[in-house]
Design a protein around this ligand. Structure first.
Ligand SMILES: Nc1ncnc2c1ncn2[C@@H]1O[C@H](COP(=O)(O)OP(=O)(O)O)[C@@H](O)[C@H]1O
Ligand SMILES: [Mg+2]
Length: 231
């Protein structure tokens, strides 16, 4: 569904992603892994068109989307939950959700009901300010906002970061539900190993801007974990 080929990215003079390859198969949940600072968020921002790319290709359903501006990437069917959630604290829950609407390809101007079915708490808190929600509720809001564009591919950057342990499992359940029941393809950045093992089908590990390992989740062995994931 999503295929990254020989991607190179620079921040000014600093070469950050190196000939990077990654496959995100349709219908699966793929976990992008690696220690802090290896380039995971940078790669996601390149996919979303938020950062310029030096060379390489990003194919989404067979089309090279590199020439599309950032505003044109959500309408092709990619939803994005950025690291740190980045909801608007002073806007209401409803206003935060509405922000995604113009990016829909079909002109729909109403928030789809399935989002409230998935996250009943958002419906209860529709008129509360985003900043007044708990961390877990804010994460649901950020996921809900990404779903407003009716994506086929959902990209989440560390959705459990800074979330209370009892809510982490809930977010895992939501991601599995989106993947297995609603049929979304998922690309997830996650550093918590048990969570990644539980939620994802396959993995792709980055180290210093390079892809160093990839495979089915049950092939993620202790050696790889020790070499590339533990601090
Ligand atoms: N806006 C930026 N300008 C310059 N360097 C950056 C910028 N954002 C990130 N970096 C650097 O790029 C590298 C990769 O960062 P990032 O993609 O955020 O890593 P990760 O998400 O894996 O923790 C890091 O060395 C980081 O310091
Ligand atoms: Mg990051």
């Amino acid at each position: 569904m999503l295929s990254i080929e020989s991607l190179n990215q620079f921040y000014g003079q600093s070469h950050t992603l190196w000939d990077l390859n990654m496959q995100v198969p349709e219908g699966k949940c793929t976990c992008l892994m690696g220690r802090n600072g290896v380039g995971k968020t940078t790669l996601l921002q390149c996919i979303m068109g938020l950062l310029p790319v030096e060379s390489g290709a990003i194919h989404y359903q067979g089309e090279n989307i590199l020439s599309l501006s950032a505003e044109k990437r959500a309408p092709v069917g990619i939803g994005y939950v950025p690291q740190g959630r980045q909801i608007f604290p002073l806007l209401t829950v409803e206003e935060n959700l509405r922000i995604g609407l113009p990016a829909r390809g079909d002109g729909l101007r109403q928030i789809p009901d399935f989002i409230y079915e998935l996250f009943p708490v958002l419906k209860e808190m529709l008129h509360r300010r985003g900043g007044d929600l708990s961390g877990g509720q804010q994460q649901q809001l950020a996921i809900g906002r990404a779903l407003v564009v009716n994506p086929k591919l959902l990209i989440l950057d560390e959705p459990t970061e800074g979330i209370q342990p009892n809510v982490v499992a809930e977010i895992g359940d939501i991601i599995r539900q989106l993947n297995e029941e609603i049929g979304l393809t998922v690309l997830l950045v996650e550093q918590k190993l048990p969570f990644a093992r539980k939620v994802a089908d396959n993995f792709c590990i980055l180290d210093r801007g390079r892809q160093v390992a990839t495979g089915d989740m049950d092939e993620l062995n202790d050696e790889l974990v020790k070499k590339y994931l533990t601090v």
